[in-house]
Design a protein around this ligand. Structure first.
Ligand code: DX5
Ligand code: ZN
Length: 225
């Protein structure tokens, strides 16, 4: 099983980093009921990005809920030496790991390590990194994540330059590699991002900051078709 089997054409992925963590299970259930199936889980180490975020200890409580409903957990590793965390993530129920291009000295080896553990594989790149540099280096990946903010925190404004970067990236990649976008994604830009070629749309604040996260997910998912 791989990303292509998990996806229903395109997916809006709630980013659990932006959830109310005092009632994370309830929020996950609400979104499963609203139709979400792929959840984005942000792991930050306080080095590659300033904050220490959530990690496998939290993931292990959420993964049974998501898996029982046929869902998947897409882990975004905003960390140095991401391979150090693969074992714990796989054990906690993570289904895929996305590592940062900027954090890997031997990307091919890191991707092979993830694959050997049965994990899906993504490669993320920051706003300063050129898609032309990343494109040729990610042939073994399932997805490439174009950051539309500086990684680290939820709630930042979308960088409009990401639209062009997504389009350039899409043009460089073979059809089988999915394009994901993360940061400031919401009702204002989801359709344009789809048109630019993104088929995985990560949304934190635009879902969890809404009065009704379930219906915020539903309307984003409708707009992303
Ligand atoms: C932060 C994370 C994002 C974040 C997105 O760098 O990678 O996934 O949770 O949150 P919003 O949608 O609020 O920008
Ligand atoms: Zn993320």
């Amino acid at each position: 099983m791989s990303w292509t089997d998990w996806m229903r054409g395109q997916e809006v992925e709630p980013s659990l980093y932006a959830a109310d963590l005092s009632r994370l299970g309830d929020q996950v259930r609400t979104l499963l009921d609203a139709g979400a199936r792929i959840f984005h889980f942000d792991i930050g180490d306080g080095h590659f990005v300033p904050p220490i975020t959530i990690g496998p200890i939290v993931l292990q409580w959420i993964s049974p809920l998501v898996h029982e409903a046929g869902g998947r957990l897409d882990c975004h590793l905003m960390t140095m030496s991401p391979e150090r965390h693969f074992g714990a993530i796989a054990e906690a129920g993570g289904d895929s790991v996305t590592v940062h291009f900027e954090a890997c000295s031997d990307l091919e080896r890191t991707m092979a390590d993830a694959r050997s553990r049965g994990l899906g594989v993504g490669v993320a790149f920051n706003p300063e990194t050129s898609p032309q540099v990343v494109g040729p280096a990610v042939r073994g990946a399932d997805l490439v994540l174009c950051m539309s903010i500086e990684p680290g925190y939820s709630g930042q404004a979308f960088m409009p330059a990401a639209l062009e970067r997504v389009a350039v990236l899409r043009g460089l990649l073979p059809a089988g590699i999915h394009v994901q976008v993360d940061g400031g994604v919401g009702a204002d830009n989801v359709r344009e991002l789809r048109e630019a070629g993104a088929d995985l749309l990560v949304a934190g604040t635009s879902i969890f900051g809404a009065a009704d996260p379930g219906s915020a997910y539903e309307s984003l998912a409708r707009a992303a078709v």
